[in-house]
Design a binder for this molecule. Structure first.
Ligand SMILES: Cc1cc2nc3c(=O)[nH]c(=O)nc-3n(C[C@H](O)[C@H](O)[C@H](O)COP(=O)(O)OP(=O)(O)OC[C@H]3O[C@@H](n4cnc5c(N)ncnc54)[C@H](O)[C@@H]3O)c2cc1C
Length: 447
């Protein structure tokens, strides 16, 4: 059954799995659940189409996720790119995306204005029920503290509906309301970034074949290099998505980012149309990026965290869409196997595999990436990286694979060497710890 609103008089609903939030993580989870025959109810607080502050950049890793959801990426509206152009210290280095059996050799851009809706509609096509204007307000625990339902305010009249399911997937983004209400807080030592973006009309840049990254951001000429980068992503519709992100401690991120953005854009050629407001379209918007698995555990008491709700943005480059889709798919797969067992210890054991598998896949990579953000946060090291690494074509061919996580363990010798190197990093051990309080105040049951 597919619909976009609950029956007008219903105050309760049931499903096999309830997914909270229809961003890339939630829609991917709902799509893969529905494809496996599960009855899935996807609850989204807004109405589509809607804005989402983003750079709209999709690396080959994200393209792979879209292909896995059956999205028609040859249709109108998708803009292809063939790699990244690093502009640093007056030097330009162009690196094409590597071609491998695992990832396509191209990236895409697509405005989140309709990207998220496309993914949600694909989930509906696969059989998921989607309720828009359905804002989840809180989890409902049973006597043991396990979450058996969520309450939602639905429709313009904000009717209270209780949605019940043996499993809940929290895909509600960086605010992570559901996780917070379960007592799962943010890990303060993991990196966060703040980023701003704006669209500009730029006929000369809108269909550029490369994603531009400017990595030598400074508050003043000759000053220390800041931990972050500026981007100019071609949208193919006359516009570019222009933005800037800074990573680090709250202190490092609390700079006047708007002024920094203006300072950087003053360096771009006049004819690109990025200086001042004359060619800008819409307001400058900003948001936070939760990185490096900064919210743990990723499973507790019948609730699986996916995407930004689980702090899954890569600390290497700030991309979150592929990890949102991948965690959504993994959560869906785990849920299907868990639901095939009766409620009890075996089902619980299957569910505990989800956080372990997330850590197995990305734990070491993110740990190393957290170290990378620490390097960039030290002015002397950031300056070295900016002058010596980002300006070297050979170094950037290697680093691009790492930044975008495009290594194929069965790929060429470079891929295999990088994979081995990452495997040598000790895996973080905190993936199942840090469980939150029960919504009633006590410790939650973790059967
Ligand atoms: C400025 C900026 C630039 C970025 N650029 C890129 C980029 O170029 N490429 C990239 O890969 N990543 C980028 N990211 C990161 C990326 O946007 C996120 O990682 C990604 O959107 C995460 O997807 P998600 O589904 O987990 O969360 P979201 O996309 O945030 O989706 C969460 C959904 O849950 C809904 N929701 C929230 N609360 C509730 C509730 N209570 N009830 C019901 N629904 C609810 C929201 O409305 C939303 O639809 C950028 C982020 C920022 C801030």
């Amino acid at each position: 059954m597919t619909d976009t609103a609950p029956p007008s008089d219903a105050d309760a609903a049931t499903a096999d799995v309830i997914v909270v939030g229809a961003g890339p993580a939630g829609s991917s989870a709902a799509y893969h659940l529905a494809r496996h025959g599960a009855d899935v109810l996807l609850l989204e607080k807004s109405e589509f189409p809607r804005e989402k502050v983003c750079g709209d950049g999709l690396t080959p890793r994200a393209v792979r996720g879209l292909i896995g959801m059956g999205i028609d990426i040859d249709a109108e509206g998708w803009q292809r790119n063939k790699g990244v152009r690093f502009v640093t210290e007056g030097t330009t280095v162009e690196v094409d995306w590597p071609e491998s059996a695992r990832f396509p050799g191209f990236g895409l851009t697509r405005s989140r204005h309709d990207f998220d809706e496309l993914l949600a509609r694909q989930a509906v096509r696969a059989g998921a029920r989607l309720w828009t204007s359905a804002k989840v307000t809180e989890p409902v625990p049973d006597r043991t503290g396990r979450i058996r339902a969520v309450t939602a305010l639905v429709g313009p009249e904000k009717r209270a509906v209780t949605c019940e399911a043996p499993l809940i997937i929290a895909a509600d983004g960086v605010s992570a309301r559901l996780a917070v209400s379960l007592g799962i807080g943010r890990l303060p030592r993991r990196p966060m970034a703040t980023a701003l973006r704006r669209y500009y009309r730029s006929p000369s840049r809108h269909d550029d074949p490369y994603l531009d990254i400017w990595a030598d951001l400074r508050e003043r000429p000759g000053g220390p290099v800041l931990p972050g980068y500026g981007w100019i992503f071609p949208m193919g519709d006359g516009r570019v998505n222009v933005g800037m992100g800074l990573v680090g401690t709250d202190d490092q991120r609390s700079r006047d980012t708007r002024r920094l953005l203006d300072t950087w854009l003053e360096r771009t050629p006049e004819e690109w149309g990025l200086r001042g407001d004359a060619h800008a379209e819409g307001p400058l918007r900003g948001a936070a990026l939760p990185m490096g698995h900064n919210r743990l555990p990723h499973y507790t008491r019948g609730v699986l965290l996916v995407g930004d709700a689980g702090g899954m943005v890569s600390p290497w480059n700030g991309e979150g869409i592929p990890y949102a889709m991948e965690s959504g798919e993994l959560a869906a797969e785990t849920a299907v196997y868990a639901l095939a067992r009766p409620a009890g210890p075996w089902r619980e054991r299957i569910l505990q595999r989800y956080p372990r598998e997330i850590q197995r896949r990305d734990g070491r990579f993110y740990r190393l990436g957290t170290g990378w953000t620490a390097v960039l946060s030290r002015p002397a090291l950031a300056s070295f990286v900016s002058r010596r690494v980002l300006t070297s074509p050979a170094a950037m061919r290697v680093l691009t694979r790492v930044l975008a996580n495009l290594m194929d363990e069965r790929g060429d010798p470079l891929d295999r060497a990088l994979t081995t190197l990452i495997r040598a990093v000790p895996r973080p051990r905190d993936h199942v710890s840090g469980g939150g309080r029960s919504p009633r105040g006590g410790r939650g049951a973790r059967r």
